[in-house]
Design a protein around this ligand. Structure first.
Ligand SMILES: [Zn+2]
Length: 271
């Protein structure tokens, strides 16, 4: 069994086998280690409510190496084994773990991934500067994705996980959103990173009655002004794709943004 501090939960994507799945990642903390793990697939919306963990929960889960994926951090979970054992509610509760996580740069991750298919595929990157914040209309589900979603709605209840209830039909978010940013390695030429965080699609789902302009403003408030300002020390959780041809492309899986004072105040030797 592994104990994992969940730091990343991506937006659900249609899946033939599970209806829809999310990619989850976090820091494995049992045995005195602080290593990235990717836990995939997780049919998150189809789990029972007691298993629907939150970001910054510590989850105990049985993992096995995901052999078909050459990314070294990838594991498949035994869904029934997922158990929530703790929640790190405040930044000051998270910092004693997160300060042990190695920092890298997007420049370095891209260099490594372009020469080795098993290079690190998850990493924590300090951000030097946000250059742009871009919105693009989501084109909607492809016919193949729409077919998977329709099939999931018809899934016999014996095949369902957890609560055995079919969740609401998966709706594509209105916007795809990306940061243009400079990572911490000078002279960084800037990178574009699409935001795949579940929080982004949830926020759009909650604000579905708003105009495009209102929705863009709300997303920008959350993902720029609240996460990046002089009081915050902001890093991105970066990850790449399973497709070996796209390994050098890294997306923003989540944002870590403790207050500067919290990050400085937590004693170094408290574990
Ligand atoms: Zn860079």
């Amino acid at each position: 069994m592994a104990d994992v501090l969940i730091t990343v939960k991506t937006s659900p994507q249609p899946s033939l086998k599970y209806g829809d799945t999310v990619c989850v990642a976090g820091i494995r903390i049992d045995g005195g280690r602080f290593d990235w793990v990717r836990i995939y697939p997780i049919p998150f919306r189809w789990l029972g409510s007691d298993q629907q963990f939150k970001k910054y929960d510590v989850v105990r889960v049985e993992l096995r190496r995901r052999d078909q994926d050459s990314r070294p951090e990838s594991y498949s979970p035994t869904i029934d084994s997922i158990e929530r054992v703790a929640h790190k509610d405040k930044w000051k509760d998270r910092e004693p773990i997160m300060r042990h996580v190695a920092r890298t740069s997007t420049c370095e991750m891209r260099r490594n991934a372009s020469v080795a298919h098993n290079a690190p595929s998850l990493g924590m990157v300090d951000i030097a500067e946000i250059v742009r914040f871009d919105f693009a209309k989501h084109p909607g589900w492809t016919p193949a994705e729409a077919k998977k979603i329709a099939a999931a709605m018809e899934m016999p209840s014996a095949d369902l996980f957890g609560s055995r209830l079919v969740p609401p039909k998966l709706v594509a978010p209105r916007f795809k959103v990306s940061y243009r940013y400079r990572c911490s390695e000078p002279p960084c030429p800037t990178h574009t990173g699409q935001i795949l965080d579940w929080e982004l699609s949830e926020l759009q789902r909650h604000l579905k009655g708003k105009s495009d302009e209102e929705l863009r403003a709300a997303v920008k408030t959350r993902f720029v002004y609240q996460m990046m300002n002089p009081r915050k020390m902001t890093s991105f959780f970066m990850g790449n794709f399973e497709d070996p041809r796209k390994r050098h492309n890294f997306s923003v899986l989540g944002v870590y943004y403790p207050d500067r004072t919290t990050a400085m105040d937590v004693p170094l030797f408290d574990l």
